[in-house]
Design a protein around this ligand. Structure first.
Ligand code: ADP
Length: 810
């Protein structure tokens, strides 16, 4: 059951009333009608639409949800129902929760699950009415509406007493939930200016939507909005109650999904085995949409052996082949024969897709399909499904199985069509810069054939919806023009044209990288030269990986001169790690690679291994890494001469990790800094770590803040470091260290010639324990400070010891 935001008693009262009077009976009837409509809309997954009906209950798999870092201090994983719960609230006055995640990370499916659970009365029972909207559907509404019309016409029409039911909504906003899927697909960007306060006032739907989000309309109604990360600007963010990040499947989620997808457990086991054997592909499967494709194409996957997919483009080509071969006249067509057989369909669907991408259109009418020459047979291939959104005229509407599939077809069209302009490819890539500054993309539109014939749904300016789709399309174009795939296209279109496009993409990627490098500011004298990833940098890296052109990577990296590469909060998951390592392994001189606050995980760590030899330091704070990731990482870095520093604050490490780290300490006498704060290391782990510390003669910084090593652990560490000539900084903050620990640590203070700072904040040392430190400090003149704030001393004792020893800091 979802935790209630409100007092529990109202519901009882409400349902008492529901059965009491006639209008409440109508409300009950309306609720029933609404919930059966919500249930009907949400019980099947749409990606299976072209193949089979798969029930959401059967296949839904838990996804990884995290709070955005603005909700500081809360790092626990979230449950589905926490999305609407109070955990992580940053603005109590706001009613809108944003769920953000990349395309295919499972945003729509998550909402679908919430809808179904509500309709089944299995969750969200505090909400009497739930109104689901898709922004894609709202784009089709060109009339001006008032809120009542929006709710009743777009979700569910009350058969009687419409006014009373709407009045109930106005009077009880806390019992109502709205969901808006795909805010990034809305054609109009968020603006804060147009206020519509009166519920009967009509306005364009996007204006109503913005007013609902801001709370100028129906204040108190809870709203859950989904979007891709980049599309929500600060104007909207200030109206958010909280932001939840959707990070796709966890490793166990992949396992669970594959098992749910295949009723035959032997097949599931084989698919999982082949994923374990290809960790680049396993990395891709953290994205639910890719995991779905891989599971769907298990036959192709299991038969391709050595050549199993490595890139996102490979995965989409696999599903293309899968769907076509399903409908092929000549079964068993090998090589790219299937493509030749279905080239016409590819081009027609591709034309529809690319026109849609350039005009922010994901829903197509029968007439749109006809214009592109798409026949009933083409539709039957399964790439297009009937849209669930009710269109004003109730005529049939179509959409691609997933927006990424639309981008893929648009890319196929750009690569295969002879009709595209010479400047299409450069424009597509240059546009990424343009969209970042919000300029018009009409230039690309002009390069694609027949775009101007679309009339109706072409807009004049780049919208929030266009930028990410153009990026995905460009990534696919890079992949399709890679060495390994380009030969297939040469059978279907002019070889010279394909070669020209390859050259164009190569040039664009090189130019793009140079541009990023040129933007690196000059270092302040005495400081290291550091590069912060700019928007688009990770995208460029992914394009280079899709192209599998190590030449571009080598060339780009030979010109990069930085000491520190900072890619924090960049949505880097295992898939991005594969691409990063592919490119960064060519860096000339060693760098510090800072990947804090991403979703690297163990699979990502494994993917990074090819580039750790160019890293002198690796910062992986807050990345969901477990002991297994550390095992793999240490096994590699132990052989890397440059490697000197590692930061693993706030991961999921236990004592098992310390065995590997201890080995690393023993083996690497050039190792400088080890930060293991906020993990689950106990006294046992500290003892094991001590074995490594005793044999290491280079370590300068050791951070164990926020573990549970206690006195026994502190004693072990102190014993190992007592004669250290290198240690400069030691932190055992928040570790349950008492007087016995303090006594042991005073040994280091007494003897060390190198230690400058000792951090013992937030422990349980008393006045007696501090005395050991005071006595030890008498023998040590170079030590700068011992931090003791929040220990077990009275304020009088604190004042007293501060006078005795000013280097004790409280
Ligand atoms: P987004 O809205 O973020 O683009 P979707 O929700 O459309 O992503 O997910 C794409 C596809 O991935 C779905 O159609 C489904 O096949 C699969 N999928 C996503 N999330 C889940 C989940 N939690 N359980 C099972 N399958 C999922």
């Amino acid at each position: 059951m979802v935790s209630s935001r409100h007092h529990g008693s109202w519901r009882v009262n409400l349902w008492d009333k529901v059965t009491a009077g006639p209008s409440w009976t109508q409300l009950g009837k309306y609720q029933k009608k609404l919930s059966s409509s919500v249930s009907a809309q949400s019980c099947f997954l749409s990606t299976y639409g072209g193949t089979s009906h798969v029930s959401l209950d059967d296949v839904f798999t838990e996804v990884q949800l995290e709070l955005h870092h603005s909700s500081s201090g809360v790092h626990q994983p979230l449950d589905l129902e926490d999305v609407v719960g109070s955990v992580g609230t940053v603005n109590k006055d706001a009613d809108t929760v944003l769920v953000s995640g990349e395309a295919g990370s499972g945003k729509s499916t998550l909402l679908q699950r919430l809808h179904l659970l509500w309709a089944q009365r299995a969750a969200l029972r505090d909400f009497v009415l739930l109104f689901p909207f898709s922004c894609r559907g709202l784009n089709l509404e060109h009339r001006e509406l008032c809120v009542q019309e929006l709710l009743f016409q777009h979700c569910c029409w009350p058969d009687r007493e419409q006014e009373e039911i709407f009045q109930f909504i106005l009077d009880h906003p806390h019992l109502i939930l709205f969901t808006f899927d795909g805010l990034d697909e809305l054609k109009e960007g968020f603006v804060d200016e147009l206020r519509v306060c009166c519920p009967t006032q009509r306005a364009p739907v996007h204006v109503l939507l913005f007013n609902l989000i801001q709370g100028t309309q129906l204040k108190g109604v809870m709203k859950v909005v989904t979007s891709r990360p980049g599309a929500v600007g600060p104007g909207l963010k200030k109206h958010l109650r909280k932001e939840v990040l959707l990070k796709g499947f966890s490793p166990s989620g992949i396992d669970c999904f594959v098992r749910k997808h295949h009723s035959d457990s032997a097949v599931a086991a084989k698919v999982l085995e082949s994923l374990q054997a290809n960790t680049a592909l396993l990395g891709l499967c953290h994205s639910p949409v890719l995991c779905w494709i891989v599971s769907q194409c298990h036959k192709e996957l299991l038969s391709c052996g050595e050549g199993s997919p490595q890139t996102v483009t490979d995965v989409y080509l696999m599903i293309l082949q899968h769907f076509f071969q399903h409908h092929s006249t000549s079964k068993g067509t090998t090589g790219a024969g299937w493509l030749q057989e279905h080239l016409r369909t590819v081009l027609h669907l591709g034309q529809l897709a690319s026109e849609g991408i350039t005009s922010s259109c994901c829903v197509f009418s029968g007439a749109d399909l006809e214009t592109c020459g798409i026949t009933e047979k083409d539709v039957c291939m399964g790439f297009l499904v009937q849209s669930k959104d009710v269109s004003p005229g109730n005529s049939k509407r179509y959409e691609f199985l997933h927006v990424t599939m639309q981008c893929f077809f648009a890319a196929l069209y750009i690569v295969l069509s002879g009709d595209t302009d010479c400047s299409t490819v450069p424009k597509l890539f240059e546009l990424q810069d343009v969209t970042e500054t919000g300029l018009s993309s009409t230039c690309l539109r002009a390069c694609l054939p027949s775009a101007d014939q679309q009339g109706g749904h072409l807009e004049e300016h780049t919208t929030a919806a266009e930028a990410p789709n153009l990026q995905i399309t460009a990534t696919f174009v890079s992949g399709l023009l890679s060495q390994r795939h380009k030969r297939s296209w040469q059978r279907c279109c002019s070889k010279a044209a394909v070669e020209r496009k390859v050259r164009q993409v190569t040039r664009c990627l090189s130019k793009g990288m140079q541009k990023h490098f040129r933007s690196i500011p000059r270092p302040v004298p005495g400081e290291k030269k550091s590069m912060h990833a700019m928007p688009g940098f990770v995208w460029l890296i992914k394009c280079i990986y899709e192209m599998q052109e190590s030449r571009i990577a080598k060339d780009a990296m030979s010109k990069l001169e930085v000491d520190h590469l900072k890619l924090t909060y960049c949505n880097i998951g295992p898939m991005e790690c594969t691409a990063l390592a592919y490119v960064l392994q060519h860096i000339k001189s060693p760098v510090g690679l800072q990947l804090d606050n991403n979703s690297v995980g163990d699979v990502g760590v494994e993917q990074l291994l090819p580039c750790v030899h160019v890293c002198n330091s690796l910062y992986l704070r807050n990345n969901n890494i477990t002991d297994e990731g550390i095992r793999r990482l240490t096994a590699k870095v132990v052989h890397c001469d440059n490697f000197q520093k590692i930061a693993l604050f706030n991961n999921r490490l236990t004592d098992a990790s310390t065995l590997h780290i201890s080995h690393l300490l023993k083996a690497k006498q050039s190792f400088l800094s080890l930060r293991l704060g906020n993990n689950n290391i106990t006294a046992e782990g500290a003892k094991r770590l001590a074995e490594g510390l005793r044999r290491n003669h280079s370590l300068k910084f050791l951070g164990l803040w926020g573990n549970k090593i206690g006195d026994a652990g502190a004693e072990a560490i102190a014993g190992a470091l007592e004669n250290s000539k290198s240690l400069v900084w030691l932190s055992l903050v928040g570790n349950g260290v008492g007087n016995a620990g303090a006594r042991a640590l005073s040994g280091i203070v007494r003897n060390s010639l190198s230690l400058e700072e000792l951090w013992l904040t937030q422990n349980c040392i008393t006045r007696a324990g501090v005395e050991y430190l005071i006595q030890a400090l008498k023998h040590n003149t170079h030590m700068k400070s011992v931090w003791l704030k929040n220990n077990d001393l009275s304020s009088e004792e604190v004042e007293e010891v501060k006078l005795i020893e000013p280097r004790l800091i409280f």
